[in-house]
Design a protein around this ligand. Structure first.
Ligand code: IVH
Length: 675
């Protein structure tokens, strides 16, 4: 059937629009239309392509993945894909520049293109006449594998360049990766569906790109940042790498927004350190920075070593994954009795800290990992997240296996000997309740902690000692402590003892949300405590609230409501509260509910970077108390971003969208104005 001209024009337009919005969504993180509108465009295109049988392999509708392939075809790189030399400190970076200057026989400042070293897989994309003709992995640098079928499913890689020059060939190189959010969501879904848990974004991306079936690959939201050009024919490129980036970005190719041009190696070092500071805030994982001489002419004069160019250097950041051994697994009893396995590790420096133990969460996790005492494991600490055993390193031989010991859940609580009971599908709990010293210790630690009653000086070690010596049995006993009693303890002077008693006195003047949080009601965190007070009122009202009124409170679901009700229907808890109030604990009365006491009602705030004068939780609680919502990501609906040092992609996004940005000082001034 001849396809009417009008339809062909519509199809062309739709393909262009879809590619455009794909780019805004994936490459620029700034979608202009809602997902539903985007889906409608794709649907219309699919409909026309189906009706007139004009589905083209370069159409964006084909990104979902074509037919599976039988095996990979080898691809020989016309120009070898080199790797990078690496340095770990400033001195070696200085020597890198010294070598360059010596070779070039120059004293003048060198200009560098500075880029994040994205932790993914190196690939080469070949565009013929502006159309994606072939994609290949780096392989050994000389020969890679043809992965065109999978690369076609990656939304931020254009199938056609905006400037499609006839008789031209250009090979674009870059890193394919899986963003942090994509990785998190993937694991979340996989866990829900009982599927496999992915170890890290890099391995997941590497696995996805080497799938034979592109439909499977398409399910992993891969992305790419381009970082260099290989083979070029029929196109004249600018003379600097930074200008090439600007040009290929115009063609629709994704380039890293966090790149920068710097003069001299000192400025490069600043770039590296800034990048390291914002590493956690980036939406993708990096393992360092890459510094490249910007001028192509100078690159040419410097040339290459056997495997790496002399004009580029990787400045590596501390590794976020290391291997170590599991010395033992112990069982910790939490404040509500939950028993958690904790791995004692051969100390290992990972993600910038030394890790010697880490939670294993639950028995299912041990089973999933196939973990035994004595195993060698990979520990991962990315960002500020708690360290995690992500993988057991497979044993080499059967003999070794005999030495590793399985890890059973103990039948009795390691702290009080009470029977351990199963609670739900994965949790185990000590049945000892109040008699269990471990539960008591944890409850008291929580009560005295900074976000709760904030009793300075009453830390974990001291609480453990006081419980072990049976001086403190419940939180109420804190208020019976005397200077003399404390001063009699080992390693405690008269002065520290006096300070602690003063801190206990001082902490009695508190706020109701803090007190409520300190009580340690299951599931009730700081934010919920605040919501309860804001929406219900004073303590008496909260104690008396029935399930229905609790469910009216934002964030409170049926399980949490039930825990709150159960807590206050227990006479012991209510009399403990009375005793504590009798000891002098007091808070100013807060007015409940009405909107007019909430000057930030309807506004959405985003906190990013580090705050120095208050914790994020405090800042969040204050904003909620003023009626604002606190969101995790910036969009055009964000009213204001509070940005501290180290702010990264959220800050850039706010700048891009023209969202109001304030620093911590301005934020504090705002809070003072409003309260
Ligand atoms: S340039 C000749 N730039 O790091 C220069 N590489 O160890 C070749 N990588 O195989 C690479 N981000 O997979 C370059 N901005 C970046 C990079 C980058 C990540 C990876 C790439 C390469 C490896 C080198």
């Amino acid at each position: 059937m001849a396809v009417p001209e009008k339809i062909l024009r519509e199809v062309d337009k739709l393909r262009e629009q879809i590619e455009h919005h794909n780019r805004l969504y994936y490459a620029e993180d700034a979608p202009q239309i809602p997902d539903a509108d985007f889906d409608a465009l794709v649907l219309r295109l699919e409909e026309l392509e189906g009706k007139y049988d004009i589905a083209d392999k370069d159409s964006p509708t084909q990104r979902v993945g074509g037919e599976a392939i039988a095996g990979f075809t080898q691809v020989t790189h016309e120009i070898a894909m080199l790797s990078l030399n690496k340095v770990f400190d400033e001195a070696d970076l200085q020597s890198f520049e010294a070598r360059i200057k010596k070779r070039l026989e120059t004293e003048s400042a060198i200009q560098y293109s500075c880029e994040p070293k994205v932790d993914g897989i190196a690939v080469s994309l070949l565009y013929r006449d502006g159309v994606l003709a072939r994609a290949a992995t780096r392989g050994d640098g000389l020969t890679g594998e043809d992965i065109t079928h999978n690369v076609r499913t990656i939304s931020n890689i254009p199938l056609k360049l905006k400037s499609a020059k006839k008789n031209s060939v250009i090979e674009i190189r870059g890193e394919i990766f899986l963003g942090k959010e994509g990785f998190r969501k993937l694991n979340e879904t996989s866990e829900k569906e009982g599927g496999k848990i992915f170890v890290n974004p890099r391995n997941t991306a590497a696995g996805a790109i080497r799938q034979l079936d592109p439909k499977k690959s398409a399910k992993i939201p891969l992305q790419m940042y381009c970082y260099s050009v290989g083979l070029v024919d029929g196109i004249v490129l600018p003379e600097k790498l930074s200008e090439i980036f600007a040009l290929i970005e115009k063609w629709g190719l994704p380039v890293n927004p966090d790149r920068s041009v710097k003069n001299g190696i000192d400025a490069c070092l600043d770039y590296c350190l800034d990048l390291l500071a914002k590493r956690n805030d980036l939406s993708y994982e990096i393992d360092g920075a890459v510094l490249k001489v910007d001028s192509l002419e100078l690159q040419q004069s410097l040339g290459n070593n056997a495997r790496s160019p002399r004009w580029a250097m990787a400045y590596k950041f501390p590794a976020e994954e290391k291997s170590t051994s599991v010395i033992d697994v112990e069982f910790q009893v939490g404040r509500t009795g939950t028993i958690t396995p904790v791995a004692r590790l051969e100390p290992v420096f990972v993600g910038g800290v030394t890790v010697s133990n880490t939670t294993l969460h639950n028995m299912d996790e041990i089973e999933r990992l196939g973990l035994r005492i004595g195993d060698r494991v990979i520990v991962r600490r990315a960002g500020d997240v708690i360290p995690k055993v992500v993988k057991v390193i497979p044993h080499e031989g059967e003999k070794k296996l005999a030495k590793q010991k399985p890890i059973p859940m103990p039948g009795n609580c390691p702290a009080c000997g009470s029977p351990v009971e199963k609670d739900g599908d994965v949790l185990y709990r000590c049945s000892g309740g109040i008699i269990c010293p471990a539960q008591r210790k944890e409850a008291i630690k929580h009560y005295a902690s900074r976000s709760a009653m904030d009793i300075e000086g009453l830390g974990s070690k001291l609480i453990e000692l006081l419980v072990d010596k049976e001086i403190v049995k419940s939180v109420a006993d804190i208020y019976t402590l005397s200077v003399e009693q404390l001063a009699n303890l080992e390693r405690m002077g008269e002065k520290s003892a006096t300070n602690i008693i003063t801190a206990i006195e001082k902490s009695k003047q508190t706020t109701l949300p803090r007190f409520l949080f300190a009580l340690g009601i299951r599931e009730v965190g700081e934010a919920t405590a605040l919501q309860l007070v804001t929406h219900i009122g004073d303590l008496e009202d909260i104690i008396a609230a029935d399930g229905e009124s609790l469910l009216q409170v934002p964030d409170v679901g049926p399980i949490m409501a039930e825990h709150i009700r159960l807590f206050f229907s227990n006479g012991d808890n209510v009399s403990l509260i009375q005793t504590l109030r009798g000891c002098g604990i007091a808070w100013p009365l807060v007015e409940s509910g009405s909107g007019d006491t909430k000057p930030l009602l309807g506004e959405t705030y985003v906190l990013t970077g580090s705050l120095e004068l208050m914790s994020r939780n405090e800042a969040k609680a204050k904003l909620i108390a003023l009626g604002a919502k606190v969101a995790g990501s910036v969009s055009k609906n964000t009213s204001c971003v509070v940005a501290g040092p180290g702010a990264g992609s959220k800050l850039s996004k706010a700048e891009e969208l023209g969202v109001k940005i304030i620093d911590e000082g301005e934020f504090i001034a705002l809070l003072e104005d409003l309260t």
